[in-house]
Design a protein around this ligand. Sequence first.
Ligand code: DON
Length: 619
Amino acid sequence: MRAARRLALLTLLAAALPAGAADFAPLLQERPGRFRPVRSSGGMVAGQEPRAAAVGAAMLAAGGNAVDAAVAASFAEAVTLPAAGNLGGGGFLLLWLPGPSPALGRGCLASGPRGATSPELAIGGGQAVAIDFRESAPAAATADQFLRPDGTVDRQRATRSPLSAGVPGSVAGLVLAQRCYGRLPLAQVIAPAIALAEQGLTVDPFLAESLADAAPLLAADPGARRSFLRAVPGGTPRALAAGEILRQPELAGSLRRIARSGHQGFYGGPTAAALAGLMRERGGRITGADLAAYRARLVRPLQITYRGHPVLAPPMPAGGLSLLQMLKLVEPFGPLPGGAGSAADLHPLAEAMALVFRDRNEQLGDLPEPEPVVRRLLDPLRLEALRRTIDPLRHRPSAELSAGPPRRSGGTNTTHLSVVDSRGGLVASTTSLNLAYGSGITVPGAGFLLNNTMDDFSAAPGTANAFGLIQGEANAIAPGRRPLSSMTPTLVFRPDGRPWLATGSPGGSRILTIVAQVLRNRLVHGMNLAGAVAAPRIHSQLWPDRLELEDGLSPDTADLLQQRGHRVTPASAMGAAHSVEWLGEGRGSLGMADPRRAAGLAQPEPAVLRPWPAAPSPP
Ligand code: DON
């Protein structure tokens, strides 16, 4: 089936190994499972695309830290994974590094650490910080820009026109991360991406299939046609086939300008001029002034304690608040009789998902004063009151929770990277063009695709975006505002504060429920990292009022959930939660590439797959 094959995009775990590998010591909480993570005696990059992950691992091997590796892999994905890797999109990155902050001496923090008001959060003898490089609405954006005269939303304009693009944030975010927290020179970190773009890469079967799927979209845009398709004399342009070489000289030029001039090399000069020119010509609203004004932000991560573990996630407009709310809501429930995958365990989780999406839809956005909302939604008394509304035996229909028309959800492409270095430095980074290949529009002369993330705003009250999300006034389009996102790169620490786990996922609105389930599987059900990532998932988002089940859950579970009143529907694979864990000083790391988008695992030499420690023999 085509959809299934599409989900089989290459995934990679790449390990960078110092000499003298130390022995592996399993975590206390861990028990052997059916699946096993890849083990490295050094650091690890878990990502979507093998060549890009290998670039990240090479940075670790060259003495870079987790930030260098993540930034290098992200720039490389902008070349090797055009559906989602990007220069023309945005995202969120969450990092932890040991020791005093390198950002202090680099002019990144206004006046040094100021306790609770600093973007850095001190934990485990190091600093954690989130980077918000979400796209922003241009100054000329208006709340009604996707509406037809009759008030209905023009989906084409909202997703596939120059108006659908927000001001790109990825380059600002990656350059900021590198400048404030990296160890290697920016030029060294970008060099592999430049080489991949310039010398070209061999199209593998997964890229070939992805390009073929997107060919009609890409053919409609002159820039995209030139970058990604081949002319056929007298016929329609065709996608590159497996084995052919994809060269992206214009993209290489854009990358070179970033390597040379950093932030300014993208938000000023020829790249900015090319983007602003395209907008002028084709009725878009991003101007040179919007580009010049764009800044990525260092922001303080949100933090909760979940089953004894500090969990950090980025604040609004990222999805962290909803993730943390979901975890806290179900914290007292697990593990329920029947265990992982049982109806008893999944029912309250599904109910909690719907409650969280109600809050999200009604209250969240890029708010000028987010603190009161954060406090209210994480207030233990309010959470307890919400929890008490969950009937353990009965699904509460969405219409009882809120009014809203159901609408199909769909569309995929985003990419998540998790990185750990040999000192426990962690990065979780999720970046996106929104839908696959974004707006489908490539900036002529600059060679990169533009996002269609403006569709993440609520275009009109009561109407759904591409992910079926029906959102409110708090997420209306307004100049400079950043659209609410579900992306939530997440870090988990050991109970004593030491760094431990990095995860996150693509999947649109499902990102929130995917990450919550990976963490529950690991921390409640005691699965190892591989099992926690691979286990079948469910998803509910209030509207439509239905519970999506991946295959792998038992038909009995589906029946029992149906008996509780859920409208159960089968779903295709959800997301791709590439994750890593740090095992401790000198003990290396574990990684798991989500098999949903994994067609292979690759590691630089020497490989370090070791047998799993024997299961304890039964008493
Ligand atoms: O920010 C968001 O919530 C969406 N633009 C993410 C899109 C996505 O994950 C598509 N993926 N598979």
